[in-house]
Write a protein that binds this ligand. Sequence first.
Ligand SMILES: NC(=O)c1ccc[n+]([C@@H]2O[C@H](COP(=O)([O-])OP(=O)(O)OC[C@H]3O[C@@H](n4cnc5c(N)ncnc54)[C@H](OP(=O)(O)O)[C@@H]3O)[C@@H](O)[C@H]2O)c1
Length: 343
Amino acid sequence: MAQQKAVVLPKAKGDWLVDSVPVYTPGPGEILIKIHASALNPVDWKIQAYDFFIDKFPAVLGTDIAGTVEALGEGVTGFAKGDRVLTQGVINENAHAGFQQYTLSNADVTAKIPSNISFDQASTVPLGLATAVVGLYGGGISLTPPWADGGAGKYAGKPIVVFAGASSVGQYAIQVAKLSGFSPIITTASPHNAAYLQGLGATHVLDRALSGDALRAAVKQITSAPIEFAYDAVSGADTQTAGYELLAPGGAIVIVLANAVPEAKQTKDRKIEHVFGNVNAPQNRALGRSLYAKLTGLLETGAIKPNRVEVLPNGLQGIILGLAKLKAGVSNVKLVGRPQETA
Ligand SMILES: NC(=O)c1ccc[n+]([C@@H]2O[C@H](COP(=O)([O-])OP(=O)(O)OC[C@H]3O[C@@H](n4cnc5c(N)ncnc54)[C@H](OP(=O)(O)O)[C@@H]3O)[C@@H](O)[C@H]2O)c1
């Protein structure tokens, strides 16, 4: 069997290493992709540090993938060898993972990369965008996506508050909220990211250091409309609570980590929606398929802009160092490895 190099987690909480693993054969509906760029996400270092989601070892992680089509499985149409594509990996499936030189993808949630977007940029899109999209247009909230019939601008005049606008997820939440017509789009960030986030569609950027009370007062100054939607892309106990307390009756907040709103503050008429941001998951697949059918166009027109990129040197080895760097914290940048540049 042909072999390739991968970043491997040999056992729960083990030390990352670069090792050889098989190159997989695409089955029906699958594509074999040669990976040129693989973006890092907090979940990757968290899995190693805290041991969750994975029960098969050695494990290959990474879910943000951009590369070229190498081979097509049975029944796959619309793609040809050499096409530049992006896709999302599947957690706990080594054959569908990003921190290696080749991966399989599910063709229905794979899209071509337009010529204005590099592999590095494209790799920043799948997980962050999926998390924004599933949060607002899937699950218990299920708004009409902006690419569906009647969805563009549908929520005009409704405010939304996005916590952590400069995070990868937050940037995509701002951008899809803009396509949906939400206004004002109020976000929280470090002040040095304000102009960048306004460029993505935020109408107001509030300092992330504001207390919950100060934030509520600032939001009231911006709009008197009821806050029906909040998206918390950082989801600490403080931001979740602040977001929840902003909501009008009937409102909903999307959270990306476990619910940490104190029970005493929760009321029946305000919803807390936890998101699982993977388009391969059965419950998200139909929404994911509809997104990936439009994704090339959304990137080509600039309706969705990728995150800012920092390329890690030294191929797969660089990804290991990058995971430590991400754990220490980044601001408004996505770390991206290039598996083909492995020595
Ligand atoms: N449930 C899911 O499916 C899912 C999917 C994806 C991610 N996540 C989780 O979502 C979180 C974000 O992931 P990510 O990749 O988007 O993170 P990221 O890009 O690494 O986030 C870094 C950014 O977070 C911002 N930030 C941190 N604390 C903040 C606060 N208290 N208020 C405002 N901004 C704050 C910083 O903004 P400034 O630079 O402006 O200070 C920084 O730019 C992680 O915990 C991740 O594990 C969950």
